[in-house]
Design a protein around this ligand. Structure first.
Ligand SMILES: [Cu+2]
Length: 132
């Protein structure tokens, strides 16, 4: 009984990881990088990420970022989130946000992106360090 259950759980885990690996195949060609890791703690803090196509090293313009989330998971406070909104950026491949940070420390900025000409959704996490 116990063995049958753990075998089934094992198979489900295998299927999930296989699906995740396929979804990341093309998306793995892209990387989000922080422009500056250190940011100001407080309201209206400016965060900027650059989206790079790794094989060419070129910044990716025209991507649509969605399902963004800012949380303090890096400091074991995954439930602590911060409001943020996109702001205009004139630099190619750079995506800017204003965030109302409420605590100094590590903030993970998670996002998904639709990239022109890429059918897979790109997913990324950038960690910022907020300083008082
Ligand atoms: Cu916190």
């Amino acid at each position: 009984m116990t063995n049958a259950i753990s075998l089934r759980a094992g198979l489900v885990g295998f299927a999930l990881s296989l699906g995740a690996a396929q979804a990341l195949a093309a998306a793995a060609d892209y990387e989000f990088q922080p422009l500056k890791v250190n940011v100001k703690n407080g309201p209206g803090s400016e965060l900027a990420v650059r989206l790079v196509h790794k094989p060419s090293g070129k910044p990716v313009t025209g991507a649509v970022l969605f399902r963004t989330r800012l949380d303090m998971a890096p400091d074991n406070m995954a439930d602590m989130t911060a409001k943020h909104e996109a702001t205009p950026s004139s630099e190619p491949g750079v995506y800017r946000f204003k965030a109302d940070l409420t605590m100094a420390g590590g903030w993970a900025f998670r996002m998904m992106a639709k990239v022109p000409g890429e059918k897979d959704t790109v997913e990324g996490v950038v960690v910022f360090q907020a300083k008082d």
